[in-house]
Ligand binder design. Sequence first.
Ligand code: SF4
Ligand code: SF4
Length: 221
Amino acid sequence: MRSKNILDEISDGKLYDIGDMVKADTGGCTGCSDCCKDVGDLVVLTPFDVNEIVNFLGVSFDELLGDKIVLRETNKISLPYLKMQDKNKYCSFLNKEGRCTIHSKRPNICRLFPLGRVYKGDDFKYFLQIGNCPKDNLQEVKVESWLGIDNYDENKKFILEWHKFIKALTFRLKFVRDEEEIAKVNETLLNGFYRTSVKEADFYSEFMKNFPKIKNELGII
Ligand code: SF4
Ligand code: SF4
C-alpha cells in the first residue's frame, strides 16, 4: 500500500479504475525483463497466485518452496514471495531468453506493472508508476485489457478480502511475543490457504467457503 504523498512522487498523480484508459501499454516487452529483476521483497503471493501456479506447473506448494518461492516474514506474518536467483537477482521463473515461464499464470502484482494498486477505504484504485519501465512512448490501453484478469469482479473481491484479512492478522499479532504461538499461526496460515490447491475454476468459491473457518482458527473475527 502506498501513501498519498509517496504516490505523488512516483506516479502521474492520477488514480485509475478498471474501465479507464491509461498510458501503460508497452507494446510488448520483447528484449526487456527489467521488472522481473530484484523484486523479491515486492511480489508477495496470494493464495490465488499460488493456486494458479501449482495447477499450471503440476507441482505442490512445498515443491515450489526454496527453488521458486521463499517465505519472508513481515510483522511476524510469514508469506510466500517470488525467489530471485542468487547469481543475477532475476526472478526464478524467468528463463534464459528473458521470458516468464508462467506468463499466463503470473502473479497479479506482475500483471499490473507499470501500474500499481492503492487501497482507499474498502476499495482500491490503480496508479501509473513513472520512470520504472524503460520503454518509451507507452500507449493508452484500458486498465482491464492491460491486466487481463479473468473473472475480474471475483478476483477483486478476493483481493480486498485478503488485504483486509492480512491487516487484521497484523493487528492480532502485534502484541503477541510468544514464538510458539506465532509459529502456530503461520503454520495454520500456510496450511489453510496455500497448501490446499483446488481446481482453478473452483478457487473463489472454495476460498470464500473456507475463509470463515480458517479466520476463526487464527483468532480473526
Ligand atoms: S520493465 Fe516495462 S518493458 Fe520491461 S518487461 Fe517490465 S513492463 Fe515490459
Ligand atoms: S513471475 Fe514472471 S512476470 Fe513475475 S517477476 Fe517472475 S518472471 Fe517476471
